[in-house]
Design a protein around this ligand. Structure first.
Ligand code: HEM
Length: 221
């Protein structure tokens, strides 16, 4: 149960953002635009639909994907783990594709730098999702775990983006950030919500691999 505490805490932290994203998607589907928002433009049905789909799929992914990390769930109900895994991979692909269509059609509020950062984020999320399910299908559990951790880290990125802003605004009142997300803080932030976390994870995985190597050598001998 102790090992379920962190994933459950992550669900609790992510839930309000998931509900917010879902609410925006539902409003968009009903033809309602959020007040003062640049997100949904009249006369742009493709990018509006892509963004609404992306928010709904992203909401499900962000709020529920931490459940995949609970060891007891995986052990006791492997079928549930597999079923939820397929749903999360589908949600990740829909969120990423919707975001990419929106970037291609309308561009982000922050211009080319943010376009590039978010497009890279979408591609990495899609690749990690596909690699995680591919390794699971091949019954390669070591590779599956590595890709699943990359996938989880990226899936949390969208929430981390908002948490970074919340913390920064509390600490500095928003220094270096503009409404159009073109300030120095914004320029760093559009990459900093996922790249440093991925780098830390890679470092941890490679240390773990190095640590495991002598043991497997010893057991082989
Ligand atoms: C992982 C789950 C995701 C969730 C829950 C999510 C949620 C949201 C929400 C709620 C918005 C509206 C802006 C706001 O209210 O803050 C938004 C905007 C956006 N998202 Fe996502 N998103 C996710 C993943 C992604 C991915 C993978 C991409 C990359 C392709 C992406 C690209 C965008 C873009 C381009 C915008 C519009 C930015 C702008 O110009 O303001 N999102 N997202």
């Amino acid at each position: 149960m102790r090992r379920a505490a962190l994933p459950l805490l992550a669900v609790l932290v992510a839930l309000p953002f998931g509900l917010y994203a879902l609410g925006l998607a539902i409003d968009a589907a009903r033809g309602l635009r959020p007040p003062d928002s640049h997100l949904f433009a009249p006369g742009a049905p493709a990018s509006n639909a892509a963004l609404a789909l992306h928010m709904a799929a992203g909401a499900v992914l962000t709020a529920l994907v931490p459940l995949q990390l609970i060891p007891a769930l995986r052990r006791r109900w492997p079928g549930l783990h597999r079923g939820m895994g397929r749903i999360f991979v589908g949600a990740a692909l829909a969120a990423a594709l919707g975001g990419l269509v929106y970037i291609a059609g309308r561009g982000t509020i922050g211009g080319p730098v943010m376009d590039a950062a978010f497009a890279l984020y979408g591609v990495l999320l899609g690749v990690a999702a596909l690699m995680a399910i591919r390794a699971a299908r091949a019954r390669d559990l070591v590779r599956h775990r590595r890709w699943a951790l990359r996938f989880f880290t990226l899936a949390m990125g969208s929430l981390l983006f908002r948490l970074h802003y919340a913390a920064w605004f509390l600490a500095t009142g928003g220094a270096g950030s503009t409404e159009a997300l073109t300030g120095p803080f914004d320029r760093v932030q559009v990459f900093a919500f996922y790249l440093p976390y991925l780098a830390l994870l890679e470092l941890w995985l490679s240390r773990e691999k190095r640590g495991a190597a002598p043991k497997s050598d010893a057991s082989a001998g």
